[in-house]
Design a protein around this ligand. Structure first.
Ligand code: 4NP
Length: 162
């Protein structure tokens, strides 16, 4: 069985999406799903290509028991073909994904991260870049919930395939 490929997308690929990727990978290693699913992250902008994640994101993640290993990269047209789930952190990222040529054809695999967070009706993982530490913890808590919901959905999908 080919592995399901998941791509988390934000603007800079130094705060939200590398954290989403790291939390997701931590959880799927913990429950064995890593044999069936793999993950990566990227940004819609070219602002931080090759950069390590934001120091505040790294510190907050470690405080919550998560190590992040990632270098920034920009979303490309080939990602639309390659990945099975393309998960945007906010509606601006979502719209940016649809700016890529041919994105409409892949609409069925493009999601908002908070679609998987059933606790409320919010649509955005807020951009913490210009805020304080509280914003980073808020992002962590949202991603912790949304990755749980997303993993439950993947488990259901994989069970249906077997
Ligand atoms: P991210 O946060 O999209 O969660 O990685 C940002 C990082 C950098 C910038 C904006 C948002 N920036 O403008 O450089």
């Amino acid at each position: 069985m080919t592995r399901v490929k998941v791509l988390f997308v934000c603007l800079g690929n130094i705060c939200r999406s590398p954290l989403a990727e790291a939390i997701f990978k931590h959880k799927i290693r913990g429950n064995g799903l890593h044999n069936y699913v793999e993950a990566d992250s990227c940004g819609t902008s070219n602002y931080h290509i090759g950069d390590t994640p934001d120091e505040r994101t790294l510190a907050n993640a470690l405080k919550n028991g998560i190590a992040i290993h990632h270098r920034g990269r920009q979303l490309s047209v080939s990602d639309l073909e390659e990945f099975d789930f393309i998960v945007a952190m906010d509606s601006s990222n979502y719209r940016n994904i649809f700016r890529l040529p041919g994105a409409e054809q892949h609409q069925h695999k493009i999601f908002l991260m908070r679609n998987f967070d059933a606790t409320d009706n919010h649509t955005e993982v807020p951009d913490p870049y210009y805020g304080g530490e509280r914003g980073f913890q808020e992002v962590f808590d949202i991603l912790d919930r949304a990755t749980d919901g997303f993993i439950a959905r993947l488990q259901q999908q994989l069970a249906d395939r077997l």
